[in-house]
Design a protein. Structure first.
Length: 167
């Protein structure tokens, strides 16, 4: 069964007809030619397909496109407005990527993670979950980014890149 949907991706509205079983990742990549979200595991385990859905991190391979009618979707491409996003620049400066395959998902996830921390969301390693603010030390960043895998093991440079941009 097909459905006509509207997706707002990186500030642009797209109308398309998709099979109701189409993942958001497949709609982005195959129907809209937006290739910054990568198809890694296609099971929600690697984070290469991470996008922001209405400001929150989501693995797009597990999201059905029809379920996100009128959602505001931001990919790594959409983060760069009037130049690179500060996290994109920090990843370059810290050499926080090797092959680059996971990099868009890592950066989008880091943007979402910084927002979650700014809103006071605790993680499993947050020292004081009742505190109004979260201190983004290395352990906190590692835990919050643990859903994004890097086969090249560029993690050692990702943490300082994220820490540089963190408030």
């Amino acid at each position: 069964m097909d459905a006509e949907i509207m997706l707002r991706v990186d500030g642009t509205e797209h109308r398309l007809t998709v099979d109701t079983r189409t993942s958001l990742l497949d709609a982005l990549r195959e129907r809209l030619a937006i290739t910054s979200p990568k198809k890694g595991c296609d099971h929600g385990q690697c984070g290469a397909c991470t996008v922001l859905l209405d400001g929150r991190r989501a693995v797009s391979c597990l999201a059905l496109a029809v379920a996100h009618q009128n959602a505001d979707i931001v990919t790594a491409d959409g983060l760069a407005v009037d130049g690179l996003h500060p996290l994109q620049q920090a990843f370059i400066e810290h050499d926080a990527f090797q092959c680059g395959y996971c990099t868009p998902g890592q950066i989008v996830s880091a943007v979402g993670m910084l927002q979650e921390a700014a809103e006071g969301w605790p993680s499993v390693v947050t020292r004081d979950p009742s505190a109004d603010t979260v201190t983004l030390d290395d352990a906190e960043i590692r835990e919050r980014m643990s859903g994004n895998l890097c086969r090249c093991a560029a993690y050692v440079n990702m943490v300082p890149a994220i820490a540089e941009v963190a408030p």
